[in-house]
Design a protein around this ligand. Structure first.
Ligand code: ATP
Ligand code: MG
Length: 574
């Protein structure tokens, strides 16, 4: 008896895959424009008919494809973007699965014309002789019906007509042309925010809807997208800590909209939809924005590629962060810093409760967004953790504090590290942290590698209060240390510094590493008994930091239990 299982033919596999990758015209637009950006295009044009349902044409001046590559591009799992297995762990391109083109072509009538850069008309032959270097492939339902060589400009042009013509079930789900168009425009706007150096032009039924020339910077680009008057009012955001940079533009609190559409978050060049990050943005604005209003924000987050997993969702709109909470904290801190710099009319009772995304805290209470709070000085709120009353210490390592809503177990070492780190940072901004001359300068005999490392980091170490002498010979003399570390045995201290700085924490800014080394070294250790007063001071100082929930190494400073969980638990038991 023959089995009942048979392998699906390639075109059917593609059609099935298309269901995941291409939900609607806007997803095809997104994939095609991402391909253009990955191909290093300087200019991308998108022409739609009926919001993309009838036709999508994306034309770019990117590096193009040869005839052979074009054939391959239409095969499933064929990509130029992943060469080795490891590449999947650190994706730097927008695409990587080799699925979009075959999926789109499986459910449409398509025509692709491409010409590799450098061989286009006129470069390999006299201008009056047209070389036939461009390739055109056309077909429908994933089947190629036409192949053609022709002259053409460098780059790629893809036409996708009658999307879902052969998948009636999916076709039914296409919304009105206006809705599809709006979705495509939102996607395109976000991609344009992420790539200010690329020119974008979008039309629908021949009417120009979005024109963004190559921009000098983000503000310039935002001006083209959201209007220059708006762009001029946006505040600059820029904060870098432990290898994560959060930069971009943020609207002042009195500039707001009725939808969250103008909150754009871009991670390593990719616009992402991340509910927790959106919450972090909203939390930063919460005390100053009216209810149901949303800010205008374009945030660019950059971090090592290995710390973001983009391979978690078929349309690649969602990503997963290795240190999700840290990224949220960074977003709040960066926005908080920017918003704080503005002088806002203070009132008698500034709101004092900080909201953390994803901590189970209920949303801001009514009074926080009440009329007077709208104009409140927000300084006190950003990032300030409400840790409540200190109850005591457990295991000589955790300080226990409780507010009405939560109980906190604050790791005394990590918390102190955070406090010292920010204090050092502030001292650096104002000049230099206090340095302590050694009574007896300490000659250090170092291994050549250690000496080289120290020499390389010397300037930074000296900015933080170290002082060295006599580089070049066999011994280096340590003359001074940061005052915070004056109790440390000098030789051990330098050994630890060399050890720490040579460790594998690449990608993190050097200054951050030195700062966190000093903070960590000077911080109270675990298994140390603290007096009540010391605990109070530590908790108060921690609450006042910009990033109270993480130590400079990115580890949480505390564990927390919500009282509502406790109550629920107790009820269940009884
Ligand atoms: N506009 C373009 N210009 C140049 N090459 C392109 C273009 N579009 C597609 N390609 C080539 O075709 C390949 C397949 O494209 P496709 O979008 O299917 O996959 P991908 O971009 O590699 O991954 P993903 O499925 O995640 O988008 C790409 O890897 C790229 O080499
Ligand atoms: Mg792609």
């Amino acid at each position: 008896m023959t089995g009942k299982i048979r392998r699906l033919p390639e075109h059917l596999v593609n059609k099935i895959a298309a269901g995941e990758v291409v939900e609607r015209p806007a997803s095809a637009v997104k994939e095609l424009v991402e391909n253009a950006l990955d191909a290093d295009a300087r200019a991308v044009s998108v022409d739609l008919r009926d919001g993309g349902a009838a036709l999508i044409r994306v034309t770019d001046d990117g590096h193009g494809m040869t005839a052979g590559d074009l054939e391959l591009a239409l095969e499933r799992h064929a990509t130029s973007k992943l060469a080795a297995d490891e590449d999947l762990d650190a994706i730097a391109t927008l695409g990587f699965r080799g699925e979009a083109l075959p999926a789109i072509c499986a459910v449409s009538e398509f025509e692709i014309t491409s010409c590799p850069r450098g061989v286009e008309r006129g470069t390999s032959s006299p201008p009056f002789v047209q070389s036939m270097e461009a390739t055109r492939i056309a077909g429908a339902g994933g089947v190629i019906t036409q192949r053609l060589q022709l002259p053409g400009p460098a780059g790629t042009s893809i036409e996708v007509a009658n999307l879902f013509y052969n998948t009636p079930a999916r076709l039914k789900f296409i919304k009105s042309a206006a809705t599809e168009l709006a979705t495509s425009l939102r996607t395109l706007t976000h991609l344009a925010v992420a790539h200010p150096d690329v020119r974008f032009r979008v039309t629908n039924n021949g009417r120009a809807l979005l024109t963004a020339p190559v921009a000098r910077d983000l503000r310039d680009r935002i001006g083209a997208l959201w209007h220059h008057d708006v762009a001029a009012r946006l505040l600059a955001v820029d904060r870098t800590e432990h290898g994560i940079r959060v930069s971009g533009l943020a609207g002042p609190p009195d500039l707001h909209r009725g939808s969250r559409e103008d909150v754009v978050v871009v991670v390593n060049g990719r616009p992402v939809r991340d509910p927790a990050l959106l919450q972090a943005v909203l939390a930063a604005y919460r005390p100053t924005l009216p209810r149901d209003r949303f800010p205008l924000v374009a945030l660019l987050i950059s971090m090592p590629f290995v710390d973001v997993d983009v391979n978690v969702h078929p349309t690649k709109a969602w990503v997963r962060f290795r240190h999700a909470r840290l990224v949220q904290e960074m977003v709040m801190a960066a926005l908080g810093e920017t918003l704080r710099q503005r002088t806002v009319v203070p009132t008698a009772t500034p709101p004092s409760r900080a909201e953390m995304p994803g901590t189970g805290l209920p949303p801001a209470s009514e009074e926080m967004v009440a009329q007077d709070a709208l104009f409140a000085e927000p300084t006190a709120t950003y990032g300030r953790a409400e840790l409540g009353r200190v109850l005591g210490q457990v295991q000589d390592t955790f300080v226990v504090a409780a507010s009405d809503r939560e109980v906190f177990f604050v790791d005394q070492h990590a918390a102190h590290e955070r406090v010292l780190y920010e204090r050092l940072q502030a001292a650096l901004n104002e000049g230099a942290p206090v340095s302590q001359e050694l009574l007896f300068p300490e000659p250090l005999e170092l291994a050549p590698a250690a000496q080289a490392l120290l020499e390389r980091w010397r300037a930074l170490l000296e900015r933080l209060g170290f002082a060295f002498e006599g580089f070049g010979g066999h011994t280096v003399v340590l003359r001074a240390v940061p005052a915070l570390l004056k109790g440390d045995e000098p030789r051990r201290l330098i050994e630890a510094a060399v050890d720490d700085l040579s460790g594998p924490r690449g990608g993190e800014p050097v200054l951050d590493r030195v700062l966190s080394f000093v903070a960590c070294r000077a911080a109270i250790k675990a298994n140390t008994v603290l007096t009540g007063e010391e605990m109070e001071r530590l908790v108060a100082e921690l609450s006042a930091t910009t990033v109270p929930y993480f130590c400079p190494h990115g580890r949480p400073t505390m564990s927390r239990i919500s009282m509502s969980d406790v109550r629920r638990e107790v009820k269940r038991v009884w």
